[in-house]
Design a protein around this ligand. Structure first.
Ligand code: PLP
Length: 397
């Protein structure tokens, strides 16, 4: 008898995958240039030059047995030293290589944290704010815990503190935050972060155990209008940071990220050991050796992400002029307008008639909205406005 949960996860195609497949069929009929595929969050700008230059140099100069060999499970020591130095400079921290555990992207970083923190069968809960990255539910349930969802504040996509505080209880082990947010592009201000930290301090004291704040930040550098992202370990001591170079360096296929377990975390060596133990139990062994070194040398750099702000401006203005309700994103490469009818699934289905591939908000825990991934060439965004216009006209008539 197979594990039916796994069979389910392996056979149900995600809505995004369905759209992707549909896009390929439709492209054969009407031409790829006429398909407005806003379904997937795959960066559209190339990795910066330092990535290829460093990779080529390492391949030429390093002992291949070392370069392509296993590294320490927690990541090469030199790699972790370069990354901690870079973080210390950027965020005025005092981090050591021992605070970093290098992972196969942010997805693995999240799984290592969740599996390290939660105990299957213990009734553990992890709080998530809608709208949220749908894989959180898969990862949380994979760690044997239950996801507690805080409904979205659809006016601003900020934290509804009343609902949040009401959801915390003795079973709450962790809270996941994602700023800048996939799918809505919201960013939490310093004031919000301070309030969040105060609530978590009080709840940890009340329930007699630390409630970990898991900060999922693969979009940290993709911010607009000079927005700043507070570095959460400075505000809440029991913060675990999950980072990835998938989006900042446009390297999603290379699978590189890390968990940061700062010294401020209570019983840091134990928590770090739990994260590492989870990585071991999940069979990650170590993150890819070549790209550990590439990312460490390019840490702090980004691809040319300016196109995302250009696209965001065009879409925010264009969609509003067409009558769509939009909360302007402050980061990422996603925008999350309200759908023109309450049924977002029907709305996104209708959008296909106009060759617009957009994702229903329901999967992100926020019905009545749709996610548009604008990590595509700007001319595609500009031309898509005509299709969004036709879609709006369809509902007006
Ligand atoms: N977290 C969020 C919010 C994401 O949007 C993604 C990917 O899209 C991930 C985590 C996973 O990123 P990675 O490619 O680093 O595993």
């Amino acid at each position: 008898m197979l594990n039916q949960r796994m069979v389910g996860l392996g056979t149900q195609r995600s809505v995004i995958r369905e759209l992707f497949e549909f896009g390929k069929i439709r492209a054969a009929e009407v031409g790829a240039e006429n398909i407005f595929d806003f379904s997937i969050g795959n960066p559209s700008v190339p990795a910066p030059d330092c990535v290829n230059e460093t990779a080529l140099r390492l391949i030429k100069e390093m002992d291949p047995v070392v370069l392509h060999g296993y590294t320490s499970a927690q990541g090469d020591a030199g790699v972790r030293a370069l990354i901690s130095d870079s973080l210390n400079k950027r965020f005025d921290m005092n981090l050591r290589p021992e605070n970093l555990y290098i992972t196969v992207g942010a997805a693995a970083a999240l799984c290592c944290c969740l599996n390290g923190i939660c105990t299957p069968g213990a009734g553990d809960e992890v709080v998530v704010f809608a709208p949220y990255f749908p894989e959180y539910k898969v990862f949380i349930e994979g760690a044997g815990a239950k996801m507690t969802l805080i409904p979205a504040d659809i006016e601003a996509f900020q934290i509804d503190f009343e609902a949040f505080e009401a959801a915390l209880n003795e079973h709450t082990m962790a809270v996941i935050v994602n700023s800048p947010n996939n799918p809505c592009g919201a960013v939490y201000s310093e004031e919000t972060v301070k309030k969040l930290a105060a609530v978590l301090e009080a709840a940890s004291a009340k329930f007699g155990h630390p409630i970990y704040l898991i900060s999922d930040e693969p979009y940290r550098e993709i911010v607009f209008g000079g927005a700043t992202i507070p570095f959460l370990p400075k505000y809440y001591k029991n913060t675990l940071v999950c980072y990835s170079w998938s989006k900042s360096l446009s390297l999603p296929g290379e699978r590189l990220g890390y968990v940061l377990v700062p010294d401020s975390v209570e019983d840091q060596p134990l928590v770090y050991a739990a994260v590492a133990g989870a990585g071991r139990s999940l069979g990650y062994v170590n993150a890819p050796s070549l790209f550990q070194r590439v990312c460490a040398e390019c840490a702090g750099e980004t691809a040319d992400i300016s196109i995302y702000e250009t696209n965001k401006n065009i879409l925010t203005k264009g969609l509003r002029e067409l009558g769509y309700h939009v909360v302007e994103p402050q980061g990422t490469f996603y925008i999350f307008p309200r759908t023109l009818i309450p049924d977002d699934i029907a709305f996104c289905e209708k959008a296909k008639d106009f060759n617009l591939l957009i994702v229903p908000g329901t999967g992100f825990g926020c019905p009545g909205h749709t996610r548009i991934s604008f990590c595509v060439p700007t001319e595609r965004v500009e031309r898509a406005l005509e299709a969004f216009k036709k879609l709006a006209e369809f509902y007006k008539n």
